[in-house]
Design a protein around this ligand. Structure first.
Ligand code: GDP
Length: 138
C-alpha cells in the first residue's frame, strides 16, 4: 500500500466537476482517505511549487493555483504514486491518453485539473504539507 497527494485544481472546482473526477479516481481502485476544500494563499502555492521556482511558468502557475478553491486529497492504493500519474495522464492534456482525467477534463497545459505527487518521497512531504495524521483515515 502506498499514499499519494492529489490536488483538484481551481479549474475543476470552478466547473463543479470534483465529484466526476473523484468517481474516476475511485473507479481506478484508489481510495480517498483524506480530503478537504481549501483556498491556497500565494505563499502556500509558492512554497508548494518551490521546485519550479526557476521555471518561466512559476508565477502564472502560482497565480492560477490561488485563483479559486482547490480540493486536496490523500489517495491510497497499490503503487498509488505511479498509478495516479497514469490515471491523471500527461501534463499537457493534448498528449494525455484517452480516458485519463486530464484528457477528459483539463482545459489547458496549466489548467489541467489535477496534481499528483511524482515520487513516494515527494508524496510523503506533500501529504505532510496539507494534512495532520488525525485527518487521514485509512
Ligand atoms: P505535473 O507533475 O504533471 O503536474 O507537471 P509539472 O510538475 O511539470 O508542472 C506542474 C504544473 O505546472 C502542471 O501540472 C501545470 O499545471 C503547470 N505547467 C507545466 N508546464 C507548464 C507550462 O509550460 N506553462 C504553464 N503555464 N504551466 C505549466
Amino acid at each position: 500500500m502506498e499514499r499519494t497527494l492529489s490536488i483538484l485544481k481551481p479549474d475543476a472546482t470552478r466547473r463543479n466537476i470534483t465529484g466526476a473526477i473523484n468517481a474516476k479516481i475511485e473507479a481506478s481502485g484508489l481510495r480517498i482517505i483524506a480530503q478537504k476544500r481549501i483556498r491556497l494563499s500565494v505563499e502556500e502555492a509558492q512554497q508548494f511549487y518551490a521546485v519550479h521556482k526557476e521555471r518561466a511558468f512559476y508565477d502564472d502557475l502560482c497565480k492560477f493555483m490561488t485563483s479559486g478553491p482547490v480540493v486536496v486529497q490523500v489517495l491510497e492504493g497499490n503503487n498509488a504514486v505511479e498509478h495516479y500519474r497514469t490515471v491523471m495522464g500527461a501534463t499537457n492534456p493534448a498528449n494525455a491518453d484517452e480516458g485519463t482525467i486530464r484528457r477528459e477534463f483539463a482545459e489547458s497545459l496549466e489548467a489541467n485539473s489535477a496534481h499528483g505527487s511524482d515520487s513516494s518521497e515527494n508524496a510523503e512531504n506533500e501529504i505532510k504539507f496539507f494534512f495532520s495524521d488525525i485527518e487521514i483515515v485509512a
